[in-house]
Design a protein around this ligand. Structure first.
Ligand SMILES: [Fe+2]
Ligand SMILES: [Fe+2]
Length: 298
């Protein structure tokens, strides 16, 4: 037992929930976090994604929903098509590229409706609340019949195609960045419209993510004013638990850091002030995802 095992939460992946081949729900009580809940899954069929309700509803918290490619070699194409309806008028947004949907507290919406699946793709919902809950605003509203979104319309800016950059983003301030063999994207306040930072990157080969300096010394990384999550997800569509690889990072209070080893899909919700890098991917037999998430400003 490591001293910081309490921060390692194995992703509780379940098989088949509606049109999700795999699905994991991680609310605040699971994460031991007051401020965040996650839902993660692999979409392989058409239909409404199973969330709190299939009726038009609002949340009293901000939420983002990401749709991402499951194919590490092709993060620019989603592999399917879906609709998201926002606003009381039921305006529909069509999504067929990896995208982020921003749902500020109080925005009426339906759960995403998948229209086509060419190959399974990833669904990730982040609710900035300790639980998922919904208040139905119109029992009789029907999904999938409203007008399509137009330029300059309300909510036009709430659906954004994700931009990807090659290699690890340099946000970790490594002087000697190494090729991750993958690509990454970032959702921050400029995209979401409310404070958050979500980094999502594919990891394609062993590398030292750092941060590293020319002097070779350990350079600590902690945040004094916000909690942050590190997460590692398998991209294997037949087994979303096994990372098919191994990574380690140092974690803990200053001066008391311990190496943490990870070989399965795991999230690490950490309290502010805890050091949680450097990070080294030691074995990558299949590509995996490295995610960072916090309620903070860029
Ligand atoms: Fe919702
Ligand atoms: Fe961090």
């Amino acid at each position: 037992m490591g001293k910081y095992d309490e921060f390692a939460k194995k992703v509780p992946m379940k098989e088949r929930k509606g049109n999700l081949r795999f699905c994991a729900e991680m609310d605040g009580s699971f994460l031991n976090w007051e401020s965040m809940s996650l839902r993660y899954g692999l979409v392989d069929e058409t239909g409404v994604i199973p969330e709190e309700t299939d009726r038009l509803h609002v949340h009293d918290y901000d939420e983002v929903i990401l749709f991402l490619s499951q194919d590490a070699g092709n993060q620019l194409e989603l592999g399917g098509e879906l609709e998201v309806t926002l606003g009381t008028e039921g305006v529909r947004h069509r999504i067929d590229l990896p995208s982020c949907i921003s749902i500020p507290a109080g925005t009426p919406h339906f759960s995403p409706l998948v229209r086509r699946v060419d190959r399974p793709f990833l669904y990730l919902a982040v609710a900035f609340n300790k639980e998922f809950k919904a208040e139905i605003t119109d029992e009789n509203a029907v999904q999938g019949e409203g007008p399509w979104i137009q330029f300059r319309a309300p909510y036009f800016d709430k659906v954004n195609v994700l931009n990807f950059s090659i290699r690890d983003p340099y946000h970790y301030a490594s002087d000697i960045p190494e090729d991750s063999g993958g690509v990454g994207t970032l959702v921050d306040e400029h995209v979401a419209g409310f404070p958050m930072i979500l980094g999502w990157q594919t990891v394609g080969k062993p590398h030292n993510m750092g941060p590293r300096r020319d002097d070779g010394l350990r350079h600590p990384h902690a945040h004094e004013d916000f909690d942050e999550m590190l997460a590692f997800f398998s991209l294997d569509p037949d087994n979303m638990t096994d990372l098919h690889g191994e990574l380690s990072f140092s974690l803990g209070a200053e001066g008391e850091e311990e190496p943490v080893l990870c070989t399965e899909s795991t999230v690490f919700p950490m309290r502010k002030g805890y050091f949680h890098l450097p990070l080294v991917f030691t074995k990558v037999d299949k590509p995996m995802i490295f995610m960072t998430l916090s309620r903070s400003r860029a």
